[in-house]
Write a protein that binds this ligand. Structure first.
Ligand code: PA5
Length: 445
């Protein structure tokens, strides 16, 4: 297994018999998932995706990515939720959270359509001035307001800059095969389209064209990414908890939840993992948080946040557990020099690498927090590579599906997301929402 679970810091919180006792429930969740008989089973296409993806489209993605690399300084990725978080997580994890500002030969990537901030949109419009720009607009439903608004604005920007016909060559749509406003628009304007499979929901879609096109544009090897996920698909169906760290992780989460640990804090010691945590939060939050149940997923970047949230984790309310992502090897490590005079008092660290010091910070924190009665689950990742990340993505997707079924919820729907939309549409006067509008206005005034 690529991703390894280290349970040594859990011995105070979970006894071996508890894992034995939960094991049949994991088996049941596995049966439900793989038999395709569970709730939401029409959205389990991601399960076999690493082995069973559209190879023709996959090659097309590489060709289009190369075209964008050649003719663009900037790729605007328009999408929200599952339609942008995965791509952003992978790009920052494997390249850098400073990707746009680092010297490179690939286009900058800006993510838009994930908010409705005037300032944000104006900033990106200014950044795009005098630059060669392409757009990848991503929306499964094709009707989501935030990306639809951004697409209208940035499509006009491209049309004003290049003319309508030339702009068409720079617009790439990733959407449903047949339905939705985006599909209709793409057909009418003859934009190149990529397909989001019917049986894969937004938050499980990073390894489809949704994530793969932007990921390929920055020069990440998508074959290797899929290879890692394929290995995970082969390895992570074993029902024996001792041989399947993914299922063991799901089991541990459930045991801790039953003990009142209702918050999972995903932590890493690498700022480039920050967007991966955002992806994880959507995955687990949207999958588990329903029917008044669920573990609340939050995230921290350490050691940074030890100086802001460390106090709470150490001594605040004991309703959380931590899941720590540890990177086992580091490229281009930096060694701290000896300095004459030792004025800053750091000579005790001379000759040590930054990654060694970072690891000791992690170890010290894990020990302190477990002493403070916060269970710590540790997940070890060998290196920052495409294969390893492909594996990790699948690991979390599967752990999430198993966790959802163990919790007794449908891990593949998100009905609660509609509530704010209904109110917003009513307030904005969208046709068809008149009744909701009257109710809302009565509540407000
Ligand atoms: O997981 C999900 O389904 C959601 O987060 C969607 O990805 C998000 O709402 C965007 O939807 P769409 O791709 O239809 O624009």
């Amino acid at each position: 297994m690529s991703v390894k679970l280290d349970t040594r810091y859990l011995s105070k919180f979970i006894k071996p018999f508890e894992l034995d006792q939960i094991s049949p429930f994991v088996k049941t969740a596995n049966d439900i998932l793989h038999s395709g008989k569970g709730s939401g089973s029409e959205f389990t296409g991601w399960l076999n995706l690493p082995k069973n993806y559209d190879k023709f489209e996959f090659e097309e993605i590489k060709v289009v990515a190369e075209k964008i690399r050649k003719n663009s300084d900037i790729l605007l990725v328009i999408g929200i939720g599952g339609s942008y978080l995965g791509a952003r997580a992978v790009i920052e994890f494997l390249k850098s959270n400073n990707y746009n500002t680092l010297p490179k030969s690939t286009p900058d990537i800006y993510f838009v359509g994930n908010n409705m901030s005037t300032t944000y949109i104006n900033d990106i419009l200014r950044i795009c001035e005098n630059k060669e720009v392409s757009i990848n607009v991503i929306s499964k439903s094709g009707t989501t307001t935030e990306p639809a608004i951004a697409f209208r604005i940035f499509r006009k920007f491209l049309e004003d800059k290049y003319g309508k016909d030339k702009a068409k060559e720079r617009i790439f749509c990733t959407t449903d095969k047949f339905k939705g406003a985006l599909k209709k628009l793409a057909d009418e304007e003859s934009y190149k389209t990529f397909t989001i499979p019917d049986d894969i929901g937004g938050r499980y879609s990073v390894l489809t064209a949704v994530g793969l096109l932007p990921i390929a544009v920055v020069g990440i090897n998508i074959d290797k990414l899929m290879r890692g996920a394929k290995l995970a698909q082969s390895e992570l169906s074993n029902e024996n908890l001792d041989e399947n760290d993914c299922y063991k992780y799901a089991a541990i989460r459930h045991i801790l939840y039953n003990k009142g640990k209702e918050i999972e804090v995903l932590e890493s010691y690498e700022p480039s993992f920050m967007m991966f945590s955002e992806w994880y939060k959507q995955l687990f939050g949207e999958s588990e948080g329903k029917d008044q149940k669920g573990i609340l997923p939050i995230s921290l970047t350490l050691s940074t946040d030890l100086h802001s949230m460390g106090q709470f984790i150490q001594s605040g309310r004991r309703n959380m557990f931590e899941t720590v992502l540890l990177l086992e090897s580091q490229d281009n490590d930096i060694v701290l020099n000896e300095e004459n005079g030792n004025v800053d008092g750091l000579n005790y660290l001379s000759g040590k690498t930054i990654s060694f010091i970072n690891r000791q910070a992690a170890l010290g924190t894990i020990l302190a927090h477990t002493d403070g009665d916060v269970p710590n689950v540790v997940l070890k990742i060998k290196e920052r590579s495409e294969e390893e990340l492909g594996y990790l993505i699948y690991f979390f997707e599967k752990a999430c599906a198993i966790s959802g079924y163990m919790l007794g919820v449908n891990p593949f729907d998100q009905p609660g997301v509609e509530n704010y939309k209904k109110n917003m549409f009513a307030l904005l006067g969208k046709p068809g929402f008149e009744k909701v509008r009257i109710k809302i206005l009565n509540k407000i005034y």
